[in-house]
Design a protein around this ligand. Structure first.
Ligand code: SF4
Length: 362
């Protein structure tokens, strides 16, 4: 076995060429990378997996991202918005099951009614749970005022995926119009961070036209941005989208899966104390994809609490698991036997040590 990867892992700082070399390491060397990432996770954020009960609030979206099944021009899905009681019931389920946190996600909507509803829901959930249930929002690009209102209402984490840090690639996977500007997304991400949210972003792995160099740049982008949370998943085609018209290239899914494992492991080695999600997209390709991501350094999962009858309407990518996976006997949906040494971080927000350090450096 080449000793290349071993010496790379021991470096204190990894530049772009180091990251590229780690992405390109051989299949024989990859387990070394994965084991190191898991050890870094255990040392810097602990051997716990934190839970975020996922509530997919609405699939009404004003945007038209070329890869997404929820895009505005997809007329083949029934649009829905959960009512207030459904959201509160899902949040209370998370609270009673001791998940510690919820994540409210939605298609992008900046209407007054939407903004007001989210603010009221966040406030009510905080009151109903005595402030004990953590609240992450993932509601796309909004005005600074809206981000502030939701923060003041009690949300404290915000996830806005950049999807790719390459401006050229961003343009190729989004319509070329004012609703889909790379710089606007970046500005939103900065605003979220400045307001005081724990800030998360992430990318898709295996997009058409994407190179390994783009992925290495994604990692340096996230490091330079000093993010607190990272969500990455393999690109999976949706047949009702412009980028999915070729159909799912099953042959390549495994490759994207393996590349995502490497991205997770490298991200953990480079940003030791952040939270990294083991995404549902990993589970779509491999039934134990999330467990494998945890073995490579991830430490967050998002069990789905959306009422089952709405699940089919929130297919951002095709084949997303639609079953209700949260139940009292297995709140994470994980097979913990496959990840020995890992326990669930129940009843806690599961904040990152990185966030505390970032705020103190200000
Ligand atoms: S990725 Fe998000 S913003 Fe883009 S179309 Fe899908 S739900 Fe809307």
């Amino acid at each position: 076995m080449s000793t290349g990867i071993a010496s790379l892992l021991d470096k204190n700082f990894h530049d772009r060429s180091d990251i590229l070399a780690m992405l390109q390491c051989s299949d024989e060397e990859a387990p070394l990378l994965y084991r190191r990432a898991a050890a870094v996770r255990d040392r810097y954020v602990g051997n716990h997996v934190y839970l975020r009960g996922l509530i997919e609030y609405s699939n009404i979206c004003g945007k038209n991202c070329l890869y997404c099944g929820v895009r505005r021009e997809n007329t083949k899905i029934d649009r829905y918005t959960l009512n207030r009681e459904e959201v509160l019931e899902a949040a209370m389920t998370a609270y009673k099951l001791n998940l510690g946190s919820i994540a409210i996600q939605s298609g992008e909507n900046s209407s007054v009614a939407f903004i007001d509803s989210i603010e009221e829901l966040v406030r009510t959930i905080r009151q109903m749970t005595d402030g004990k249930l953590g609240i992450t929002l993932s509601l796309g690009e909004q005005s600074s005022e809206t981000y502030k209102r939701w923060f003041e209402a009690g949300a404290h984490r915000y996830l806005l995926r950049i999807e790719t840090s390459s401006q050229a690639l961003y343009r190729r996977v989004h319509p070329d119009d004012d609703m889909h500007r790379y710089h606007r997304r970046l500005e939103c991400l900065k605003t979220i961070q400045e307001i005081g949210y724990q800030t998360g972003t992430g990318v898709m792995v295996g997009l058409p036209f994407q190179t390994l160099g783009d992925l290495a740049d994604d990692i340096t982008f996230m490091r330079d941005f000093d993010i607190d949370m990272c969500g990455m998943g393999p690109f999976i085609e949706h047949s009702d989208t412009p980028l999915g018209e070729r159909g799912t290239e099953n042959l390549f899914l495994k490759e994207r899966f393996n590349l995502t494992l490497r991205m997770i492991a490298i991200m953990r080695i480079i940003m030791k104390d952040i939270n990294i999600v083991a995404s549902t997209a990993m589970q779509t390709i491999d039934p134990f994809g999330r467990e494998k991501a945890i073995s490579c350094g991830a430490n967050v999962v998002m069990p789905n609490l959306t009422p089952a009858r709405y699940r089919a309407g929130y297919q951002i990518y095709e084949g997303k698991p639609g079953y209700r996976e949260v139940n009292e006997s297995n709140v994470s949906g994980l097979n913990l036997d496959l990840i020995p040494g890992i326990s669930l971080g129940l009843g806690t927000w599961g904040d990152t040590p990185h966030f505390g350090r970032r705020i103190n450096r200000r």
